[in-house]
Structures are given as structure tokens and as C-alpha cells.
Design a protein around this ligand. Structure first.
Ligand SMILES: NC(=O)c1ccc[n+]([C@@H]2O[C@H](COP(=O)([O-])OP(=O)(O)OC[C@H]3O[C@@H](n4cnc5c(N)ncnc54)[C@H](OP(=O)(O)O)[C@@H]3O)[C@@H](O)[C@H]2O)c1
Length: 328
């Protein structure tokens, strides 16, 4: 495969609103030891990209300064020490950054085959949400069959994935969303109960059911003490973001008396080894769910790479349901 010297990309010359995303020409990245170069067909858009664009989520050392945490395409070149992949293989991959571009490099162990039954477009939407949901819900949160699971933001990229994986694991799934249409979409994905948080109180609903065994939360703020109230005895709360702020007053006596666990994580700064472990878990546990039709990415909309600003504006309107993709 003959590779060009330059590629089309979208970069962030100055932090700001969606208009801060500007088309640009950039040099092709070079795969180092243990890395592969992927010619991307599609890239997924995620909230953390918007945080980076706004100047609030810096790429980790060594990562591309371009936004974009996931994508799909074909392996275009291989760095030293890579044995699993060959040039031309179709893959989807978690990226350390750099997905808003024609070519991106990533650790070879953070790439996965395109799951059976999916195309490149759908596969591009999997890595960031699947790595995040599986590592927090299953590995950190320990969700088990028969447990009551609550995920906030059910219509988000994360939420639509968490609902389906939790259901496939045999949990009873509760979710919150901000409109009747979003709640309907969550029920369509298999949620047992979708709570329109503008009309109903998730704490009362969960308490009436015996409390949540596990809550996956991205909202934070006033939800933190409310989540604690909604948890069952020995319940776990896993925090993956703070859309409404990280600082609250909390009565820790409740945590102690009901033996609760509060934890959380962010994916991007974790080690290559940790991400490789998550990738292996996904291939073992989640890829078979996709092959048997239990998990399908829900795609809200698609934009050409050069319209990344429009994609971010749509995401920040919160009108979307599911994932937004960029076509390279
Ligand atoms: N920890 C990690 O490693 C990790 C990795 C990936 C993503 N995340 C986080 O997970 C969250 C979801 O990511 P995503 O890409 O799936 O996002 P997304 O699709 O844009 O969804 C965010 C959803 O959150 C809901 N929401 C609730 N309160 C909100 C508020 N104050 N402002 C904006 N939206 C609010 C909105 O739905 P309603 O209309 O129902 O309110 C919105 O659709 C983000 O906060 C992201 O930063 C964390």
C-alpha cells in the first residue's frame, strides 16, 4: 500500500465552541513499536471530544493533539513488534486521540476485529463506549445477572450501550432520560423501565423496587446524594463523568450504614496495558453479544469529517439519541 505524506484532518487551533474545530492538512502519523496505522473509514464522536475542544480535557502525553477517540477502517501500516494484524485487515479501535483524520495510529492491542454482522460504520461507534461501559459496569461495578441496574443518560452513546450490555448480562435495567421520545428509544433497546427525569423521581422509583444494586452515572452534581439514596444495601455507584459538576455535600453515614461502594474512572489516562486488558475482555464477552444480535450501536446521525463542528453542535444540543459518526 502506498501511503501519502499528508492527510485530511480536523484540528483545534484554539479551544472554544464547535466552530473551534477546523479542517486542516496534517502529516501522516507513523506507527511506533507495538502500534498500527489505520486508514479510517469512520470515526465516532464522543462527549470527551467536546471537552477537549473546549480546552477541558488535554490529550495524555504522546497522544495526537487531534480529537477523536475511536474509529474503524483498514490497517495501512504496522510498527515493529506487531504480530496480530496485517496490512489490509478491517479493524475498529480505541484511539489515544487523532480519530478526526484520514489516518490514525494506536496500540495494536487496542484494535479489535469488526464484529460479526456489523459494517465499518457501526463498528466505528463501539470502542470508546464499549471500553468505558464494560470496564466500569462489569469489571469495576461487578454487575451480575438478576441485579437491578440504573444507568443515567440512557439515550447517550454510553447509555444506549450500557442498557443493551446490562440486559445481555441478565440484569433488570432502569434508566433515566430527558424526554418521552428518549425514554421510548431506551425501552426499544431493552430497558425494563425508562424514567423521564423531568416528570418522575428516579429515587422513589428505585426505592420502591428495593434499590439499585449498581448505578452508572455521568450526571453528578445533585444526582450524587440522590444516587446514594437510590442504592440498595451493599449497592455500588460508578461515576464516569460530572455533566453538572463534581462538588456536592454528601452524608457519608448513609454510605457506611448501607455498606455502599462509591468509585469511578476515566478511560483515556489509563495505561496501554489496562486498555489491552479491556480489549481482550470485550472480545471474549461483548463481541459474542454482538454476533448473536444482543447489542447493536444505535446511530443518530452521520457527518462528513469536514462538518465535525456540526456534529459537535448536534451532540451539545442533546437532541441526539445514540451515537454520532464522522465519515472519512
Ligand atoms: N469516564 C470515562 O472514561 C468516559 C468515557 C466516555 C464518556 N464519558 C462520559 O460519559 C458521558 C456520556 O458520553 P457520551 O459520549 O455517551 O455523551 P452523549 O451521547 O452526548 O450524551 C450525554 C447525555 O447526557 C444527558 N445529560 C444529562 N445531564 C446533562 C447536562 N447537564 N448537560 C448535557 N447533557 C446532559 C443528555 O441526555 P438527556 O436529554 O436525557 O439529559 C445527553 O444526551 C459524558 O459525560 C462523557 O464525558 C466518560
Amino acid at each position: 500500500m502506498t501511503l501519502p505524506i499528508d492527510m485530511r484532518a480536523v484540528h483545534i487551533p484554539e479551544p472554544g465552541g464547535p466552530e473551534a474545530l477546523r479542517p486542516a492538512t496534517q502529516p501522516l502519523p507513523v506507527p511506533l513499536h507495538g502500534q498500527i496505522l489505520i486508514k479510517l473509514a469512520y470515526a465516532g464522536v464522543n462527549r470527551p471530544d467536546a471537552l477537549q475542544r473546549a480546552g477541558a480535557y488535554a490529550p495524555p502525553p504522546g497522544a495526537s493533539p487531534l480529537p477523536g477517540l475511536e474509529g474503524s477502517g483498514h490497517v495501512a501500516a504496522i510498527g515493529p513488534g506487531v504480530s496480530r494484524w496485517s496490512v489490509g485487515d478491517a479493524v475498529c479501535a480505541l484511539l489515544p486521540g487523532g480519530g478526526y483524520a484520514e489516518y490514525a495510529v494506536t496500540n495494536a492491542a487496542h484494535a479489535l476485529p469488526i464484529p460479526e454482522g456489523l459494517g465499518l460504520r457501526e463498528a466505528a461507534c463501539l470502542p470508546e463506549t464499549c471500553f468505558t461501559v464494560w470496564s466500569n459496569m462489569a469489571m469495576r461495578g461487578g454487575l451480575k445477572a438478576g441485579e437491578r441496574f440504573l444507568v443515567h443518560g440512557g439515550s447517550s452513546g454510553i447509555g444506549t450501550t450500557a442498557i443493551q450490555i446490562a440486559k445481555a448480562l441478565g440484569a433488570r435495567v432502569f434508566t433515566t432520560a430527558g424526554s418521552a421520545g428518549k425514554c421510548e428509544a431506551c425501552l426499544g433497546l431493552g430497558a425494563d423501565r425508562a424514567i423521564n427525569y423531568r416528570e418522575e423521581d428516579f429515587v422513589e422509583i428505585l426505592k420502591a423496587e428495593g434499590g439499585a444494586d449498581l448505578i452508572l452515572d455521568m450526571v453528578g452534581g445533585s444526582y450524587l446524594p440522590r444516587n446514594v439514596k437510590a442504592l440498595a444495601m451493599e449497592g455500588r455507584l460508578v461515576q464516569i463523568a460530572f455533566l453538572t459538576g463534581p462538588k456536592v455535600e454528601l452524608n457519608f453515614a448513609e454510605v457506611m450504614m448501607r455498606r455502599l461502594t462509591i468509585t469511578g474512572s476515566t478511560l483515556r489516562p489509563q495505561s496501554d496495558l489496562a486498555k489491552a486488558r479491556y480489549a481482550a475482555e470485550l472480545e471474549t464477552h461483548v463481541w459474542p453479544m454482538i454476533a448473536r444480535g444482543a447489542l447493536r450501536p444505535l446511530i443518530d446521525s452521520e457527518y462528513p469529517l469536514e462538518d465535525a463542528a456540526k456534529a459537535h453542535a448536534r451532540m451539545e444540543s442533546s437532541d441526539h439519541i445514540g451515537k454520532i459518526v464522522l465519515k472519512l
